[in-house]
Design a protein around this ligand. Structure first.
Ligand code: GLV
Length: 327
């Protein structure tokens, strides 16, 4: 019997391709050729499954080119690259990769917070440029992390991981805002206090964004929200590009409306707003919050388990639109 055909849209861990090949006829992209959306649709034609990453857009147009497609397994916890309604309408299952990256991503959120507060990259650039010729009392003086107020916008699993690190590791006063308030036992475990968005913006010394992207979170942080923040505050975005209005943020950083920012995600990435590249008080990383060797392997394994679980055994692990399963 011939094996079901699947597409792996980007280069991934070779062992993952080998594991998929045990069960499927795999068309892969180990050369990591950039495909346009049209080319992706063309490649998906005749496939029943797709292994996707957060940059592979699956919407009505790509789905129309792939009438046999039954599942797209994302190697990412975020899934704003999927048009879930269009997928559900066509009976295509969507899965993501939650949990396996929670602690690694929370570690990175904290790394970016620390680097921003203590001006790590700015001072390294100074040193590498050969400008360090003496001690001075205010050289790269930043803000304290321990004992300060940590604000978290979006209190899912990663937000809670950051809260625990701040409260228990650094004695921070943790406040958060979320669509819904956490259960009391979770709030207690994070030592976090629920506040409204205005209070969060006004009070936080370090504000970390960890909310999912959706049309309703588009530019959740723009010029008017930044204007509420303390001039000494730092803004950290490890969530998704588009949640922050990057042009407004660059202008606020230039005008010292806030002290600094640490960004791992950008509107329209991998392009970065040119003004962000010219302001010194921002730490910039290329969307690597989940990038450790074991975590990337665990994410690839979970996407693979979803494809095998659904296409071979009829049981996916982390369905996003489970209503497709009952049709
Ligand atoms: C990374 O951004 C992810 O959503 O997994």
């Amino acid at each position: 019997m011939s094996k079901p055909k699947i597409l792996v849209a980007r280069a991934i861990i070779p062992a993952t391709v080998a594991r998929l090949e045990e069960h499927f006829e795999v068309e892969h992209n180990q050369a990591d050729q950039p495909w346009s959306k049209q080319q992706l649709g063309h490649k998906l034609a005749g496939k029943v499954g797709a292994f996707t990453t957060g940059g592979d857009r699956i919407d009505a147009e790509t789905l129309a080119a792939a009438p046999e497609l039954k599942i797209c397994a994302n190697m990412a916890v975020g899934y704003n690259n999927f048009d879930i309604d269009a997928m559900t309408a066509r009976g295509v299952l969507a899965t993501n990769a939650p949990d396996v990256l929670t602690e690694t991503t929370a570690d990175f959120g904290f790394a970016l917070l620390m680097a921003t507060a203590r001006r790590v990259t700015e001072s390294e650039h100074f040193l590498r440029a050969g400008k360090w010729d003496r001690w001075s009392f205010d050289m790269f003086a930043g803000s304290d992390v321990h004992g300060s107020t940590l604000g978290i916008l979006g209190m899912g699993r990663i937000g809670q991981g950051i809260a625990r690190r701040g409260a228990h590791g650094f004695g921070m006063n943790v406040i958060y805002h979320n669509r819904s308030r956490l259960a009391p036992d979770l709030e207690a475990a994070c030592r976090a206090r629920y506040v409204d968005k205005d209070e969060l913006l006004r009070t936080a010394d370090h504000l970390v964004l960890v909310l999912p992207y959706s049309p309703s979170s588009h530019h959740a942080i723009g010029a008017s929200e930044i204007a509420l923040m303390k001039p000494t505050a730092n803004l950290i975005n490890i969530a998704r590009g588009g949640i922050v209005d990057d042009a407004a943020l660059a202008a606020a950083l230039r005008d010292r409306k806030i002290a600094g920012a640490g960004l791992d995600v950008y509107e329209g990435e991998p392009k970065v707003h040119p003004d962000l590249l010219t302001v010194p008080n921002v730490v910039l990383t290329p969307h690597i919050a989940s990038a450790t060797v074991p975590t990337r392997r665990a994410m690839a394994d979970l996407a693979t388990d979803n494809l095998i679980g659904f296409l071979i055994h009829g049981k996916p692990l982390t369905p996003l639109n489970p209503e497709v399963l009952t049709r």
